[in-house]
Design a protein around this ligand. Structure first.
Ligand SMILES: [Zn+2]
Length: 238
């Protein structure tokens, strides 16, 4: 269903029984160590391993991560694009919930999306506001100062967003007609696109915008499986 850049689901097999699970944004060495510390049998993340185009040899950083996981017999489970796009538990849905945005929905109640894999979501802030207040709320809720390009006084009525590194989707959001586009990262051309089209751009942090999907999935699994699932936030300034 998704043309993804990594395998989704079980990426590294560990022990058969999972009695305790840890969730996190990225399967970093620090997250694996934290999982070992609390005796987790599985680590569930948004950013797993084995990305397309990566050097497949098992050396250096890759060897260290893999060795730590295998020696401790821990499962690694990753969901990338499916977790961005999921209509309820996904990163886009959960970011909107966290920031109290009103999601555009069709007559069936499904979110209105555009872009590759339906990853651009549309909606409005809960209340009419200016860019300065809108971005301040994002910074406060996500605990990270966003990078904002736009007139602080411009109104934010129609908004579009995609969590993570979706700055490449800014142009299609502009074409579809939007007051402000929110994503995790910024690239140099984004500032010019924003200024020259009069559309605001907010880079709210890749990690910061993608904490909430895996957190929600972990909570759902805790309920469904009846096992403790703990989200561990290994901070990342990017
Ligand atoms: Zn991401």
């Amino acid at each position: 269903m998704f043309a993804d850049y990594c395998p989704n689901g079980l990426q590294v097999q560990g022990r058969d029984r999972v009695k305790r699970m840890v969730t996190g944004v990225t399967a970093s060495l620090a997250l694996i160590d934290a999982a070992i510390d609390i005796g987790a049998d599985a680590v569930l993340v948004h950013h797993g391993w084995f990305w397309r185009g990566e050097d497949p040899t098992v050396r250096g950083q890759r060897r260290a991560r893999l060795a730590r996981l295998l020696v401790n017999d821990i499962n690694l489970i990753a969901y990338h694009l499916p977790l961005d796009a999921h209509p309820v538990l996904g990163n886009n849905a959960q970011l909107a919930r966290e920031l109290e945005w009103v999601v555009d929905r069709d007559s069936q109640g499904a979110p209105v999306t555009t872009g590759a894999n339906g990853l651009i979501w549309w909606g409005q802030p809960r209340e009419d506001c200016r860019l300065s207040a809108f971005s301040a709320q994002i910074g406060q809720k996500l605990r990270r100062e966003p990078i904002v390009v736009g007139d602080p006084d411009q109104p934010c009525r129609r908004i579009a967003w995609c969590t993570g590194g979706a700055q490449g989707m800014f142009e299609s959001a502009i074409e579809a007609g939007v007051d402000v586009f929110i994503t995790g990262e910024i690239s140099e051309p984004c500032a010019h696109l924003a200024r020259e089209n009069g559309v605001a751009f907010i880079s709210a942090g890749h990690h910061a915008t993608e904490r909430y999907g895996v957190m929600a999935l972990g909570q759902a699994l805790q309920t469904a499986l009846g096992i403790p699932v703990q989200f561990i936030d290994i901070d990342n300034p990017a």
